[in-house]
Structure formats: structure tokens, C-alpha cells
Design a protein around this ligand. Structure first.
Ligand code: 2U9
Length: 344
């Protein structure tokens, strides 16, 4: 029995030595140390041995098992090490290679322009307010001196949802709502940027959805000269200190008097060119003194309070500032257009 066990030991150790991979090693383990293996088989026959021989053979069998198990373990570690070396060699990383550039996004041109406008007005003490894009007929028209049947309602063909609800055609209802909350007493100094909707056919200068920034200042003793001074400051900060402004009479139902503001053309410096259509001036925004009816509907006494308001289209501002020739570029998201305006 002793010889048989020694034979098995030699056989097993040879096979361990010969194993070329972990799988082969595993097979040796199962073959020699498993329950159905030859060593277990030999041990089963121990019953036939004498009392004296039994512990000797038992001890020897255990020593041999341990010897084989240790050899397997050692070989396994060696094989794993070799496998790891091979893998590392195959997967060598060249740490000196330059990294792949990560594409970094940036704010949309329209977002940047709106933020620039916001910053300028925050600098002049205006608050930023937002309101719903689905509006009531009352706040979108009625409260702005556009009663039902008013011809100016035709000026803005609207997207109606129900008879009383529509997509706002301007951001003015945000101002009407803000004024309405002041009990006719506190002053208001706000701008409201946001999306507006009109039933227009889209082309290079029109879009059924576009952006507005409107502003409102209501207080005691607000005069047209306050409006003009503030607009001049805005124009110079937005378009450069060399720009002059001029106000032309206009009409809006919610302001009286109403004006449109031009800035001197920066391309020809007022000489007249194709950009300003030979006039030397470019229209930028509309404005005026808040109509007494609008003040009254919001709860202010027009004898005591007055205000000015203005409205502009950031798309138009961006088009003039950066020479964008089609409003649709703002919404079609062609990356070749957008990335030209990403700041580093
Ligand atoms: C209240 C009272 C008055 C807002 C105003 C304009 C003039 C104006 C247009 C310019 C181009 C909008 O983007 S645009 O289409 N806006 O010309 N907006 S005064 O007047 C108000 C608003 C709210 C309560």
C-alpha cells in the first residue's frame, strides 16, 4: 500500500509539473484529491490493514495529499503569474500617448444673449421675473389695453387653446401679473425674458416661436427722459460706447406715447449702407410710457404713478450683433452654427 501511495504521489506531482494552464491543474486536483480519486480509493482499503499499520499508512496518505495540494497551489500561483505577465505585455498602455479630446458643449447663442441682456439690466437694478407660457386671454390682452374686438388683436395672430387660454403672444402678461400683486402701491422694476408664440409663417426673419425680453418700471414721477437715459445706457453697453440712439414715434396699445428705438449703424457709422438700408440707423426695440388704462387695470392710480416699458427680440439683437442672416439658425441646432459662438 505504501508503494502504491508513493507511486500515486510521483504520478500526481509529474502531472502537476506538466500542467500548462489552470484548467489542466484543476483536472489533476480532481483526479488525485477528489472523493473518487485513487488516494481515497487506497484509504478505503485500510480496513484490511493491521492495527499497527493503519496509523502509519493514514499519516502517509495525509502527507501525500498535502504534498500534492501544496504542489498544485504553488503551480497555480506560478501559472497565474505567467498569465498576468502575458496579459500585461499584450495590453501595454503607452502613457505618453495624448488623450482623446473630449467634446465640450457651451451655451446656445440665444442663451448667451439673453444672459447678457439680463446682466445689463440687473446692473441697473432690475429684477428678473418669469411667468406661464400658457396664458389667459385676460392677462395676454385684456389687462394690456387690448379688449375683445380691439383691432390690434389682429396684429398678433395667436395660438388659442380654448376661448380663454392661449400661448402668450408676448411676455407683457408677466408684467401685468407682477403689477397686479402690488396693491397699487409698491414700485416695480423688472425684466421678463421668455418664449412667445405667434401664428406666423416661418422665414428668414419670422418664427412662430421666438424670444422676448420686456421690461417695466413703475414708480412715482417716472418720465420719458428716464426711459431715454436708461435705453441709451443699454444700447451703449450692448453694442459699444460709440453707438448713438434715436427714438421715433410709434404705436403700441399698452404704451402712450410709444416709440421705436434705433441705434446708429455700426457697419457704416451712420453713413448709410446695405445693412441699415441706406438710413444709417437700425431698429432695435420698442418702448413707451405705460398707458394709464394699463396702470389702472393693475390697481395703480395713474395720477400718482407712471411707468415706462420696453420690449426687444434677443434673436434680432444677436442677428445684428453677430451678422446672423436667418432666424431659423437659432432653432435648427446645426452644430456648425452653434459652435461658432461657444466661448472658450
Ligand atoms: C406692460 C405695459 C407695457 C412692453 C412693450 C414693446 C414696446 C415692443 C416688441 C419689440 C420687438 C416685441 O420682440 S418684439 O416683437 N415690443 O415694441 N413692448 S412696449 O410694454 C408693456 C408691457 C407690459 C404691463
Amino acid at each position: 500500500m505504501k508503494e502504491r501511495l508513493k507511486e500515486l504521489q510521483t504520478e500526481a506531482l509529474n502531472q502537476v509539473e506538466a500542467a500548462e494552464d489552470v484548467k489542466a491543474l484543476q483536472d489533476v486536483r480532481v483526479a488525485y484529491l477528489g472523493k473518487k480519486g485513487p488516494i481515497t480509493e487506497v484509504l478505503r482499503g485500510m480496513g484490511k490493514l493491521s492495527k499497527e499499520e493503519r496509523p502509519v499508512i493514514g499519516q502517509l496518505a495525509n502527507d501525500i495529499r498535502e504534498d500534492i495540494a501544496n504542489a498544485i497551489q504553488e503551480k497555480q500561483e506560478k501559472l497565474e503569474e505567467v498569465a498576468l505577465e502575458k496579459q500585461l505585455e499584450e495590453e501595454t498602455i503607452d502613457v505618453t500617448l495624448p488623450g482623446r479630446p473630449v467634446k465640450v458643449g457651451g451655451p446656445h447663442l440665444l442663451t448667451s444673449i439673453v444672459e447678457e441682456i439680463e446682466d445689463l439690466f440687473i446692473g441697473m437694478g432690475f429684477e428678473i421675473k418669469e411667468g406661464p407660457e400658457v396664458e389667459t386671454d385676460y392677462y395676454n390682452f385684456e389687462a394690456l389695453n387690448l379688449p375683445k374686438g380691439h383691432p390690434a388683436r389682429d396684429m398678433q395672430d395667436s395660438f388659442y387653446i380654448t376661448e380663454e387660454l392661449l400661448l402668450r403672444t408676448h411676455t407683457s402678461p408677466v408684467q401685468a401679473r407682477t403689477m397686479g400683486k402690488k396693491d397699487g402701491k409698491e414700485p416695480v422694476k423688472m425684466i421678463c425674458p421668455g418664449k412667445v408664440y405667434r401664428r406666423d409663417t416661418d422665414d428668414a426673419t419670422h418664427s412662430h416661436q421666438f424670444t422676448q425680453v420686456e421690461g417695466l418700471l413703475v414708480d412715482k414721477h417716472v418720465r420719458m427722459s428716464d426711459l431715454k437715459g436708461m435705453l441709451d445706457k443699454f444700447a451703449k453697453q450692448m453694442f459699444g460706447d460709440e453707438r448713438e440712439i434715436r427714438l421715433r414715434p410709434s404705436f403700441f396699445p399698452f404704451t402712450e406715447p410709444s416709440v421705436e428705438m434705433d441705434i446708429s449703424c455700426k457697419v457704416c457709422n451712420g453713413e448709410g449702407c446695405s445693412i441699415c438700408k441706406g438710413t444709417g440707423w437700425i431698429e432695435i426695440l420698442g418702448a413707451g410710457m405705460v398707458h394709464p388704462n394699463v396702470l389702472e387695470m393693475a390697481g395703480y392710480d395713474p395720477e400718482e404713478y407712471s411707468g415706462f416699458a420696453f420690449g426687444m427680440g434677443p434673436e434680432r439683437i444677436a442677428m445684428l450683433k453677430y451678422g446672423v442672416d436667418d432666424i431659423r439658425h437659432f432653432y435648427t441646432n446645426d452644430i456648425r452654427f452653434l459652435k461658432q459662438y461657444h466661448k472658450a
